[in-house]
Structures are given as structure tokens and as C-alpha cells.
Design a protein around this ligand. Structure first.
Ligand code: FES
Length: 98
């Protein structure tokens, strides 16, 4: 089982199979904001607070939205980031500056 903690909303989900962070958030009502679901808009950016090694490698689509400094700081694009183990994520609240 994989445990995903959505720190900003306070929700937690336990899932059996790996899938994208955004798909898990939608299915489990985690609350990560999103628009396109396809790596285009950048709305679903989130910060991996724990378990960075439990996501698949950063994709080219993610690199279009995140700087090297942001990537090094743990930021990912949730709809592109495949979860393979326990992670904890946070994201900017609606209306906050990024
Ligand atoms: S929802 Fe648009 S990039 Fe993820």
C-alpha cells in the first residue's frame, strides 16, 4: 500500500497501485488544484515535503513549468508525477502568490 498525505488539505489516502499524484488527489479528494490534467497549465504544482524518492523521475513537461531551483526544492507537477511509494505533499493555497 502507498500512503499519500495531502498536507494542505489535511487528507490522507492509502492506495494499492501507483498512479499520478493528481489522479490520486482527485480520486481521494486530496484537494490539489488543477485545470488541464495534461501537463499544460502548471496549476497542479505542488511541493513534495517527504518521500521525494517515491516519485518517478521528473518529466520534460514538468521541466517546462519548474526551474531547476524549484525542482531541487521538491516541486513537482502533480498530473505528471507518478507516485511509487509514500509521499507527503503541500501546495499554494488558492489566491496565494507562487
Ligand atoms: S493540471 Fe495542468 S499541468 Fe497539471
Amino acid at each position: 500500500m502507498i500512503t499519500v498525505r495531502f498536507l494542505t488539505s489535511g487528507r490522507e489516502a492509502r492506495v494499492a497501485e501507483s498512479t499520478s499524484l493528481l489522479r490520486l488527489s482527485i480520486r481521494e479528494q486530496g484537494g490539489i488544484p488543477f485545470k488541464c490534467g495534461g501537463g499544460v497549465c502548471g496549476t497542479c504544482r505542488c511541493k513534495v515535503e517527504a518521500g521525494r524518492d517515491h516519485l518517478e523521475a521528473v518529466t520534460p513537461k514538468e521541466r517546462r513549468h519548474l526551474t531547476e531551483a524549484e525542482l531541487a526544492d521538491g516541486w513537482r507537477i502533480a498530473c505528471q508525477a507518478l507516485v511509487i511509494g509514500d509521499v507527503s505533499v503541500s501546495w499554494p493555497e488558492a489566491g496565494s502568490k507562487r
